[in-house]
Design a protein around this ligand. Sequence first.
Ligand code: ADP
Ligand code: MG
Length: 211
Amino acid sequence: MNGKTVMACIEAAHAALKEHTDEIAALDQQIGDGDHIFNLLRGADALHAMRAEIEAEAFAPALDLAASKLLSTVGGSSGPLFFSLLHGMAKASDDVGPANVEAAARMFAAGVDAVTQRGKAGIGSKTMMDVLIPVASRFAELADEDAAPETVLDALPQVAETGMLATRDMLATKGRASFLGERSRGHIDPGARSSQLMIGAVCARLAQDRE
Ligand code: ADP
Ligand code: MG
């Protein structure tokens, strides 16, 4: 794995976000201020523009470069949170990237821990954490079970989808949606939806590379 792998994953995530722009904008109009997808697309466009630079790096520095760019371009609550995810993953990774499922699970868990430390939200607050935390947990379980990479890449998008759907009936207790109180129920959290889409796209891209 190297900067090219990182960039391929970013491009896959970017394509999935673009495809669902209107849907995510509508979700954030319902329980937020409507900017979430546009914040993310601004970041993804900035990463696309520095494609050659990211691709030239080794795995961990490429992740870190992307993380810093997201911090300076995305804004909102989610910019610093996605920075923490990628920066936390980079810190927990070797320059050559994770060597196996166990190392990949550890790297992802470190990224999710960094997001938790920054955002102070756990499961059940109706945020992206309702996707990220269950995915990190299942990833660790699969690593313990010595699961094959293909199994992991197939399983994690399903966990992400379940987590995303679960936010619909939750009461938001973190972020802007929490200002709505009970009125936040009945809507999927936009950050959970964007995170789930990105996880699905990245897993599909990595699975395709293994074929
Ligand atoms: P803002 O709410 O500042 O406009 P964005 O629109 O970029 O920020 O992102 C909103 C998303 O950020 C929410 O849908 C939610 O998933 C996520 N979010 C908000 N606060 C937190 C938090 N403390 N921890 C984790 N995720 C959060
Ligand atoms: Mg917003």
